[in-house]
Structures are given as structure tokens and as C-alpha cells.
Design a protein around this ligand. Structure first.
Ligand SMILES: [Zn+2]
Length: 96
């Protein structure tokens, strides 16, 4: 029986959309990545929207089909991190 190595030889197609618990994940692109042991593989760049604030964010996974996916933007991905209205207001004000 052949061992299936998904990490280096197979990648899902760019533009793939996953729907997990009503959250949409789109595979934006892949990038070459050199591992600590010097071997080249590729990482997947995903885009989604934060379940807390709806802000778009991207994140990287190393497996062809990741077992877990981020559900929140940088601001909200830490558990217990509450939305601060002041910071949201200043972020909105910074947008021209
Ligand atoms: Zn957020």
C-alpha cells in the first residue's frame, strides 16, 4: 500500500472554496516554502472573513487540505479577545 504524501505533491486548485460551519474559505494562491530541514514544499494561502467583525483576513497552511482553519482575523483570533469599540472606530477613521 502506497503512502500518500499530500504535503509536497498534491495541492487543491487555486480558487477552491470550502464552506465549513457557514464560513467561506477561498484558496487564493500557493507559495513555495523551505522547511527547517531544507526541503522545499508549498504552503497554501487562504482568505476568509472574521466571524466576529467580518473583516477579510488571510492565513497560511502547510497541508494540502488543512484540518483546521482560522475563523477570525488577527484582532479576534485569540480566545477571549473582546472587540474594543475605540479601536474599531479609529480603524474605520483611518480609511479614506
Ligand atoms: Zn475580527
Amino acid at each position: 500500500m502506497m503512502k500518500l504524501d499530500l504535503s509536497a505533491t498534491r495541492s487543491p486548485p487555486i480558487g477552491l472554496v470550502l464552506l465549513i460551519d457557514d464560513q467561506r474559505y477561498e484558496l487564493v494562491t500557493t507559495e513555495p516554502y523551505q522547511r527547517a530541514d531544507g526541503e522545499w514544499t508549498s504552503v497554501l494561502i487562504w482568505r476568509s472573513a472574521c466571524v466576529d467583525c467580518g473583516a477579510p483576513f488571510t492565513f497560511t497552511t502547510s497541508k494540502a487540505v488543512p484540518r483546521w482553519l482560522n475563523r477570525r482575523c488577527e484582532l479576534h483570533k485569540k480566545p477571549g479577545n473582546k472587540v474594543k469599540h475605540a479601536s474599531r472606530a479609529s480603524a474605520e477613521a483611518a480609511v479614506p
